[in-house]
Design a binder for this molecule. Structure first.
Ligand code: LRH
Length: 504
């Protein structure tokens, strides 16, 4: 019998409620959008914060819409689960009251907090990496907690307060149950890569209160039924279960990569959206010095796998460029910007997409031009030149990352699976295939919502394993292939130039 699962998928600039219907033998999945909304961090004197009441209202609108779609199709809703971007968190008092608003991770204060905290820890960043497998990115929860603690120590004083990552908070609001789901917990940089439990010692070394860390659960855990009063208000039976998916959006996306019948180690994934997350699955974290120096994170995945990947700035660069162009009176939509980039001279100006100044919001044009000047390259002036600089640099960064993976894992990557909204960017797809010299398999663009819904189904015993999940996704969609044409430009020379620009 067909079953329906509601996936709430929040990104840093927009969220959606999706209805997934699982049906048939062998099973396939159909995904429909019930509701979509935009949101953004709000500036306050204490720093940028997430507008939680708006998010909650939109989520409830989305659940209600998805419930109505399921009722119309005559399919029972069995579960709901939420995923969001990583690292951001909230404090909840024992009585359930929220302590302050959660801060948004792109806050310049976090880089200062990181430097301060690492200076207090013996062995600094490398020691933290060996313990957690997470490189010292300023937005990691560890550094955010340091920033909040330094600014407002009073936040942490109430006994029994829980630190919940954002999807954990939403699950608490939906079910009344507090738990920390492990995939997102691994983005905090205080989850031990060895025990996969909280690293209380690291929290103590960092002089941070760790009593607030709660019970860890794995993806697919049934947290409890939807609160009865909420179920009634949403038009759902109170038998609907709140099931934690891989609550880190990247974990959900990687779970839904349709890699079936691939030789182990022969494929990599690129989850492409605001961020580009490029990596492979490993059986366990790899916290060696060379992995640290190459900038790889070891995040936890669905089915106990490790997501060994690099966080690359991704389409954020183009989103920021578009915003800056708009502020200077030049309005482009993404398709127009990609068209202008396609007509611009290839490989003219390159930047390291992971340069820390580019990750902070604002002044995109001046920053890109500053990088060009400082490195003696032609300064991009037109929107097409600026966008081309972003796309070419991303493609080269992907190629560089695949080479690093091959060196670190001794595997040869033949195929790159591309999932997420970025799969719709044809120019970047072709540049990626050309720069990497790999075959690209595209889709699904909604991998995160699919992975979220199917891990819920796994928690209910309707999907057997990650392999089963991937086979369902593969069966449910057509895969588009992009072949590489490495002779399209002088990629070899560009790679050499690119290598000289890298900060790490
Ligand atoms: C992508 C993502 C990424 C990082 C970042 C903060 O949405 O989750 O994996 O953790 O957001």
């Amino acid at each position: 019998m067909a079953t329906a699962h509601i996936a709430i998928d929040l990104g840093a600039s927009g969220g959606r409620a999706m209805l997934a219907v699982l049906d048939g033998k062998p099973a396939t999945v159909r995904l429909e959008e019930a509701h979509r909304f935009a949101h953004e961090p709000l500036d306050t004197p204490a720093g940028p914060v997430w507008d939680l009441t708006t998010l909650w209202r939109e989520i409830l609108i989305g659940i209600r819409a998805a419930a109505a779609m399921a009722a119309e199709a005559g399919v029972p809703v069995r579960s709901i689960g939420c995923d969001t971007w990583g690292v951001d968190w909230a404090l909840v008092e024992p009585g359930g009251e929220l302590v302050g608003l959660p801060h948004a991770y792109r806050d310049p204060d976090h880089a200062r907090a990181r430097d301060r905290l690492l200076a207090r820890i013996d062995g600094g960043a490398e020691a933290v990496y060996q313990r957690t497998g997470i490189p010292p990115q300023p937005f990691n929860t560890l550094f955010q907690v340091e920033a909040r603690h330094a600014a407002s120590p009073g936040l942490f004083t109430v006994e029994g307060t829980s630190l919940l990552l954002l999807p954990d908070l939403l699950h608490f609001w939906l079910s009344g149950v507090r738990a920390n789901e492990r995939t997102n917990a691994s983005t905090t940089s205080f989850l031990s890569a060895k025990t996969l439990d909280w690293d209380h010692g690291l929290m103590e070394a960092a002089k941070l209160p760790s009593a607030s860390l709660g019970k860890l659960v794995k993806p697919g855990t049934k947290l409890g039924p939807l609160r009865p009063e909420l179920a009634a208000a949403l038009g759902l039976p109170d038998s609907v279960e709140v099931v934690a998916p891989g609550t880190h959006d990247t974990a959900s996306a990687v779970a839904a990569v349709p890699a079936v019948d691939e030789a182990p180690g022969s494929w990599a994934y690129l989850s492409s959206g605001t961020w580009s997350l490029l990596g492979v699955e490993l059986d366990r974290p790899k916290t060696t010095l060379d992995a640290f120096e190459a900038g790889f994170t070891n995040e936890q995945g669905v089915g106990g796998r490790t997501r060994f990947l690099r966080n690359i700035a991704g389409l954020w660069l183009v989103q920021e460029l578009r915003r800056d162009l708009e502020q200077s009176g030049q309005s482009f939509d993404y398709a127009q910007l990609a068209n202008a980039a396609a007509l611009a001279e290839p490989l003219r100006t390159l930047v390291d997409p992971n340069a820390e100044d580019l990750a902070a919001p604002g002044d995109s044009i001046a920053k890109l031009q500053g990088h060009a000047r400082r490195t003696g390259q032609p300064v991009p002036e037109s929107p097409g030149q600026l966008a081309r600089c972003c796309f070419d640099s991303l493609a080269l960064c992907y190629a560089d990352t695949i080479e690093r993976i091959e060196q670190l894992t001794d595997h040869r990557i033949a195929t790159l699976y591309l999932v997420g909204g970025g799969v719709n960017n044809q120019l970047l797809n072709q540049l990626t295939a050309d720069a990497t010299g790999r075959t690209l398999r595209l889709g699904p663009s909604e991998a995160t919502a699919l992975g979220n819904a199917l891990v819920q189904a796994m928690g209910l015993g309707l999907v057997e394993s990650v392999e089963d999940l991937r086979a369902i996704v593969a069966r449910s969609q057509d895969v588009e292939i992009v072949s590489s044409n490495p002779s399209s430009a002088d990629w070899a020379a560009a790679k050499q130039r690119f290598a000289t620009l890298l900060i790490s």
